[in-house]
Design a protein around this ligand. Sequence first.
Ligand SMILES: [Zn+2]
Length: 279
Amino acid sequence: MKIGIDLGGTTIKGLLFTDAGEVAAEYTIPTPARAGRSAIFSALYCAVDSLWQDGVDLIGVSSAGNIDPSKGECVFATENLLGWTGAKIAEELNKRYHVRTQADNDAICALKGELRFYRGAKNVTMITLGTGVGGASLVNGKILRGKKFDAARWGHVILFPKGLKCNCGRRGCVECYLSATALVKSGQKQMLGIVSAKQIFDRYAVGEAEARDVVERFGVYLNVLLDNIRTTLAPDLIILGGGVAQSEKLIRGLIERTDDVAFARLGTLAGAYGAVEPI
Ligand SMILES: [Zn+2]
């Protein structure tokens, strides 16, 4: 059996897989993202403990940040996971559970999870729209890694020079405009009582003018990102995942060209599925 854990900026989602690959149990817990590394590890352990059964021989973690998959270590994480830079994820889990452990970037894991539906595909890019914006690209059958495991981080390409300050230390990144966090901030400037992206989408659906402003701007930015990906990599497919992409119908309506765009079929569990795939 295997345990796959997706460690996001808001939620830790865990799945227990049977040897046949079926989901036998599911566990979700909020991420103590602002409480620092040991609190995040404690929450991870809590998820693994809850899913643990005799016979588990692999624990895989899909984590936000730049991850060195050969060591299962977080090389760099933004403040979306405070103190997570330097976390030896695979090593710590191995010390505690004494089974094979691995860790990889969350968007890469989501991509690996989704690829089960696109066997043979060689050029696919995954974008996860969640607390942050994750990116991963499969090019000619290989996942782009980059020198510091920081290639294809589509959430941190610049949309606006000198734009909003990003958690990565730069300004104007895609993440500042397309993440759930960004949507909520933008919504709060114009509307009352906004705490989630879903609320903004719901109010857009009933025709509220302020919500239309926020959502249409989001659509413009999303189209720019998709266009930049097409121009850079010319993928066969761009998959949108993460919590925001759960509102598939609405987002489809905002996209100018949909022939090469798909939505994560594993939904927000794509990362947990991909976490146990071979590195
Ligand atoms: Zn950034």
